[in-house]
Write a protein that binds this ligand. Structure first.
Ligand code: MG
Length: 374
């Protein structure tokens, strides 16, 4: 790890864990958090959860697992260059999507609609719930008992109303203030990762065409550079060369802008970062260009009819599973049924959210069709 900058989070001065534990031996407490996340059940489930394309649509598309690993890679390499705590950044990056439902945003939106009368469902809050309560692996506590800083980084958005029920970790959503730089970084690395891998997956799937992408400034400029440097290059290599340059351009801009903001605000420690405006970010010009790419992907990929066709099916699967269990909680497996005795809607939401795409599809068949063995 590079030398720690004064504004970096310090694992030796963590605000601690919900259940006190002896400090980790031979690794920092943030490393221990990262390790616990990698060993969690929720982390392994990410392999079979949709990012944009449902798992069975192709072997080479990103899943939530490979997405999370790409986020961690981008976040770590930026962290090293800014002197931030790489372990904390990696822990937050690997955990940021643990609360995602099957079928990507369609699943999340439908589960939120199902839970309307009971406080809703939000994947970000669910990621925190997974690491705080739902993982059941340790003798002494529920959840992974992560450090405050890791938990705070995982909770990147939250309404004031919901934050009120979360104690210390929700405080900044009520009182204002920023999270640590490591959390700010994991959030932006998420955006860099998905914007770029969604271009790649979009082209691979045939839902996007190169000519369309040429209308997007970020893509067009780098594609032009690749053509100039490698005349005649085509196919996958051309796409990959262009995307890697876009990532590099975004990262370079982020580093320059962030260094300038840090120099200007001169935080004298990680807690001073909280009182500053967001210190980690793109320049205004790059923000505009990155937003253009995001808008392009929204209009042309996420709302492509073939993606929406999946979205519609996914919503129906989630809704019907939820309603069937709510109607008769005896259909739940024993441990979830036990939890449903206290709060059926929340226990059902936790169960459905934890499902992988293929498990949800299989369970839906078990409940609604006679055509397979149960
Ligand atoms: Mg993500």
């Amino acid at each position: 790890m590079a030398e720690r900058a004064p504004w970096a989070a310090d694992p030796g001065r963590s605000r601690g864990r919900r259940h006190p534990e002896e400090p980790a031996v031979g690794r920092s407490d943030f490393q221990r958090d990262r390790d616990r996340i990698v060993h969690s059940t929720a982390f392994r489930r990410l392999e079979y959860k949709t990012q944009v394309f449902v798992n069975h649509e192709g072997d080479l598309f990103r899943t939530r697992l490979t997405h999370s690993i790409e986020v961690a890679q981008i976040a770590r390499s930026i962290a090293r260059r800014l002197g931030l705590d790489e372990d904390l950044v990696e822990a937050v990056a690997l955990a940021h999507d643990l609360g995602h439902t099957p079928f990507g945003h369609a699943g999340q939106d439908e589960l939120n609609a199902c839970m309307k009368e009971w406080g809703g469902f939000e994947h970000n809050l669910q990621s925190l719930r997974v690491v705080d309560e739902l993982e059941q692996q340790y003798a002494a506590f529920d959840g992974l008992n992560l450090c405050f800083e890791t938990r705070e980084g995982i909770l990147k958005h939250c309404s004031r109303r919901r934050a009120a029920g979360l104690g210390e970790v929700g405080r900044r959503f009520i009182e204002g203030g920023q999270p640590l730089l490591e959390a700010q970084l994991a959030n932006l690395a998420d955006e860099i990762a998905y914007n770029n891998h969604d271009i790649d997956d979009g082209l691979r799937s045939g839902l996007l065409e190169l000519e369309q992408l040429e209308t997007v400034d970020l893509f067009a400029r780098q594609a032009g550079q690749v053509r100039a440097a490698h005349p005649g290059l085509g196919g996958r290599r051309f796409v990959h060369e262009t995307i890697r340059r876009i990532i590099d351009e975004l990262v370079t801009d982020l580093l320059d802008e962030t260094r300038a903001r840090i120099a200007h605000h001169a935080p004298d420690g990680p807690d001073a970062v909280r009182a500053c405006p967001p210190l980690l970010g793109f320049s205004p010009e790059m923000r505009r260009r990155a937003d253009e790419l995001k808008r392009f992907l929204h209009e042309n990929l996420y709302r492509h009819y073939r993606v929406l066709r999946m979205t519609g099916k996914a919503r129906r699967v989630i809704r019907q599973l939820f309603d069937a269990y709510l109607d008769d909680p005896r259909l739940l497996p024993p441990e979830h049924r036990e939890r449903a005795r206290e709060d059926a809607p929340r226990a059902i939401a936790d169960y459905v959210a934890g499902m992988t795409d293929r498990y949800a599809i299989k369970e839906h068949r078990r409940l609604f069709s006679f055509d397979i063995e149960s």
